[in-house]
Design a protein around this ligand. Sequence first.
Ligand code: GUN
Length: 279
Amino acid sequence: MIIDGKKVANKIKEDLKKEVSMMQIPPTLAVVQVGDDPASNSYIKAKEKGCSEVGINFKHLKFKDDINEDELILEIVKLNNDKLVDGILVQLPLPNNLDENKVLNTINKDKDVDGLTTINAGCLFQNNITLAPCTPLGIIKLLEEYNISLEGKHVVIVGRSNLVSKPLAMLLLEKNATVTICHSKSINLEKYTKEADILISSVGKKHLIRQDMVKDNAVVIDVGISRDNTKLYGDVDFDNVIKKASYITPTPGGVGPMTVAMLLSNVVKAKRRLCNDKY
Ligand code: GUN
């Protein structure tokens, strides 16, 4: 069965649209971009479209890649202090001359709709979830929507990013899954992937996951994206792996739309918390 991320995302957006329409002042998301990376441009466009669909104001701050760290930090502080801004997202990756950790940690934790500040990551680690990263939230939501239980299941994650894999592992543990994280230095990757009841790949390498690496009836969630020229590829060799999987996400149309939907959900949540539900 193909998991339809677009359909689930549309349902979430419908609910958010209703909630936003009841607010006196709609929420505002500020996206900070440094440079002109084509992939980032397309992700930001998708976020802007999502905001307009549910009635969230969208503010795009785009800086040249020669902006220095102090200038960028000052811009984020301005957004922290702006009462009309509810959510702040710094699009990654940043150019190498900027300290990603320092820049992200400038964001006020209550406006950190990507859940990437050290404090929000720590809260997630301690099961005290306020704002968690959007892609992991979207994956959990997709599994719930398709009634795929996690309790006691062996979930194997390929990839170890702060953006996806590590926070995802925490959310899965909270749902009582058994979690294995593999990465590029794992010896004999297929030994692990073949053991997975639920296999989640978040690497960004075309067709890394082949049919022979997947157990019969496994659930396969494809998060990774790679591009050649204009075509998008997932990590999973979809046309072959689908023959073995019980459920599988396509790329595009799987996890991607869920990331945007959960970002919008985090913006509404941040607004709700910032104004103590009085809107
Ligand atoms: N770059 C690619 N995906 C994302 C995301 O979800 N958030 C941020 N901040 N940067 C990204």
